[in-house]
Design a binder for this molecule. Structure first.
Ligand SMILES: [Zn+2]
Ligand SMILES: [Zn+2]
Length: 367
């Protein structure tokens, strides 16, 4: 067994605290990865606090993992010891359903859906005949730890051109925004709206700009207007009626990154005929919308979940090619609870990234 340590929440209102545990060594087609950095995603907070009612405790979050391959199991061909690699939101899927066969394992329709990097199978209640689930585990521990062991085909290659501590947020924030921008055909000359200017919004602006789009960002925070200009986007303060009127029916695509329920009507009115408003941030019931706004211009409301393994590799390569990196602030893991507070207060536009070297001292003391 591999001796491991991470930070975990024991229940929905607990702070994250050190937890010593063991991981199985790399089996067939698996790689052992020494975690170097792990991004802090808003979902980590939702999951720790059981906001979706499905949290398995202890909850050790982390699905923006960058590390180095420390060992490989039998049959591994894609990665070698010493490679710089990444792990995103998923570590396995059923491999048999149509979405899996079509390379969209993040929409896996198998009995337990995909296996999340932390918190276990997405559909834990569907039991196999032997009483377990198809992955043989009810909980998984994520990247707020010194080591992870993952099947090689869910492990990404991190291009050398991306500074290593900046690569982590591409694995969730990056792919979550890249996948819908690509799916809805954003290209040179598209006008794209981004609602919400946190970690996801930051990546959405950078990716859409690199795809050649003209980008507007809608934010509640007037302090972020100058930040948007630096990224080549035009900021609109939410609720600015004059600005909204001037932008009516002009957007090819609007991506909402707001992490909770949010009024959609003001944004739907900004879409061109046939254009789509897609929400990626909120797993909530969206309050009623005026269907007339959809009907009159054949507009669509849509959702999108993270991205496939292939798209995650694509966005890493795209970021390397276009020199895009998320804005990050590196913290030691001991500051994680304070970082959560700041993210909840919506004051941060950058992504917190944990430097996992900060765990070494604690591991030595625990030994
Ligand atoms: Zn995430
Ligand atoms: Zn599947």
């Amino acid at each position: 067994m591999i001796r491991a340590m991470g930070y975990a929440a024991k229940h929905s209102f607990s702070r994250l605290k050190p937890l010593s545990f063991e991981r199985d060594p790399a089996g067939a087609n698996e790689v052992e990865i020494e975690v170097l950095y792990c991004g802090v995603c808003h979902s980590d907070i939702h999951q720790c606090e059981n906001d979706w009612g499905n949290t398995v405790y202890p909850c050790m979050p982390g699905h923006e993992i960058v590390g180095r391959v420390a060992a490989v199991g039998p049959g591994v061909t894609r990665h070698a010891v010493g490679d710089l690699v990444g792990v995103g939101c998923m570590i396995d899927s059923c491999r048999r359903c149509d979405p899996c066969k079509e390379g969209e394992e993040h929409y896996c329709e198998g009995p337990n859906s995909w296996l999340a990097t932390y918190n276990g199978p997405m559909v834990p209640a569907a039991k196999a005949p032997d009483g377990g689930n198809m992955y043989g585990r009810d909980n998984t521990y994520g990247g707020y730890s010194n080591v992870v062991v993952v099947r090689e085909d869910f492990v990404l290659k991190v291009p050398a051109a991306i500074p290593v501590e900046w690569a982590a947020p591409i694995l969730c924030a990056g792919v979550t925004t890249y996948s819908p921008l690509k799916h809805w055909g954003v290209k040179q000359g598209s006008r794209v709206g981004v609602v919400g200017f946190g970690g996801l919004g930051d990546m959405a602006i950078k990716l859409a700009r690199a795809m050649g789009a003209e980008v507007y960002v809608f934010t509640r925070d007037e302090e972020k207007v100058a930040e948007a200009a630096k990224l080549g986007a035009t900021a609109v303060v939410e609720g600015d009626k004059k600005a909204y009127a001037a932008l009516r029916s002009s957007f090819d695509f609007i991506l909402s990154t707001v992490p909770e329920k949010h009024e959609v009507d003001p944004f739907v009115a900004l879409l061109k005929r046939d254009a789509t408003y897609c929400a990626v941030g909120a797993l909530d019931k969206i309050p009623g919308y005026n269907n007339q706004e959809l009907i009159m211009h054949r507009r669509s409301l849509a959702g999108s979940l993270i991205g496939s393994v292939a798209e995650t590799q694509e966005v890493l390569d795209f970021c390397a090619e276009h020199g895009i990196a998320p804005d990050v602030q590196v913290i030691p893991i001991q500051q994680i609870n304070d970082a959560y507070k700041q993210v909840k207060n919506e004051k941060v536009r950058f992504r917190f990234v944990i430097d996992m070297a900060s765990l070494k001292q604690e591991m030595a003391e625990a030994a």
